[in-house]
Ligand binder design. Structure first.
Ligand code: GDP
Length: 286
């Protein structure tokens, strides 16, 4: 069996300085991604490249690639997501009410989305190089939902927001709104949209909220492995028009990810490293 032929898990022997034996997806590291043939590697690292070929010539590609780091930039970003004795990546706390929010100074990014949009899977994929990080899931209806804080060394905090849905409208008002409105160190909100379902009513409520509070946010299209390319391209074009016509603080480029195949995960790590001020890029950026 080749190094890349197994489907999901690969255990790497511990490298000097690592905390423990790391078990993660086979394509979680740039080292393994770099073993792929060129086309596959490109698709994994820059998922838009696969769709680009199907795009009409009249359409300007630049706006789909505003954030376009180099492969070396992606390698650098990976270091931020790799734990070491001096760089701890861990779940740090949870808050059930906004007055329980930890007071932190480092930059913060948060992930919001409808229940089932693929948020836990995405956060797990982002942190897959630190498998000891436990991404807690609370899906029991009626069960209290929390904001979960993950610290990435002294570099930044990632916040997993309660998934909103018809069963939990209260979470939205009690937790998500005040957090987004008041959190001073929040540098970017990642709003997840299911690639198969497209923009839903509840997504629009979240968009409206980000717009009302004037906070910078980014759309992340999840589960792209499940979505046919034609449908994905149509969604991407729809989102671009939507962002242009109906938003003011949304980043013009939606990100595409698959937490199953790892597409777009390295790019998203790099974007997070960049927006939290932890990585200057040589390449063309926003
Ligand atoms: P959450 O409620 O937003 O945290 O969603 P989960 O991460 O629990 O995912 C909901 C469902 O979607 C689960 O069955 C996941 O296995 C599935 N899922 C999540 N991400 C992906 C993805 O990238 N591709 C595919 N095919 N399925 C996914």
């Amino acid at each position: 069996m080749s190094a890349l032929s197994g489907r999901f898990l690969l255990c790497l022997p511990p490298a000097a300085g690592t905390l423990s034996m790391r078990c993660s997806h086979q394509l979680a590291t740039m080292r393994h991604a770099s073993l792929l043939p060129e086309k596959k590697r490109q698709r994994l690292l820059f998922p838009f490249s696969e769709l680009e070929a199907h795009l009409s010539r009249q359409i300007d590609r630049a706006k789909f690639q505003l954030f376009q780091p180099t492969v070396e930039d992606l390698r650098q970003a990976e270091k931020l997501f790799t734990p070491s004795p001096k760089h701890h990546i861990m779940y740090s706390s949870s808050a059930v009410r906004t007055d329980h929010l930890p007071e932190l100074t480092q930059p913060e990014v948060c992930f919001i989305g409808r229940s089932n949009v693929g948020k836990s899977s995405l956060i797990r994929a982002l942190f897959s190089l630190a498998p000891e990080v436990e991404v807690r899931v609370s899906k029991t209806p009626g069960h209290t939902r929390k904001l979960n804080f993950f610290t990435v060394g002294r570099a930044f905090t990632l916040v997993d927001m309660p998934g909103y849905g018809h069963r939990a409208p209260g979470d939205f008002v009690d937790m998500v709104e005040p957090y987004l409105q008041q959190r001073h160190n929040l540098v970017r909100t990642f709003l997840l949209v299911d690639g198969g379902a497209g923009l839903q009513k509840l997504d629009l409520v979240a968009v409206e909220m980000c717009e009302e509070f004037g906070i910078p946010y980014v759309l992340v299209v999840t589960k792209i492995d499940r979505t046919r390319q034609g449908a994905l391209l149509a969604l991407l074009l729809q989102l671009q028009d939507f962002i242009k016509d109906q938003t003011s603080t949304c980043f013009a480029q939606p990100f595409l990810v698959s937490s199953v195949q790892y597409s777009g995960i390295h790019l998203l790590r790099c974007f997070i490293a960049h927006v939290t001020g932890n990585q200057q890029l040589d390449s063309k950026t926003t």
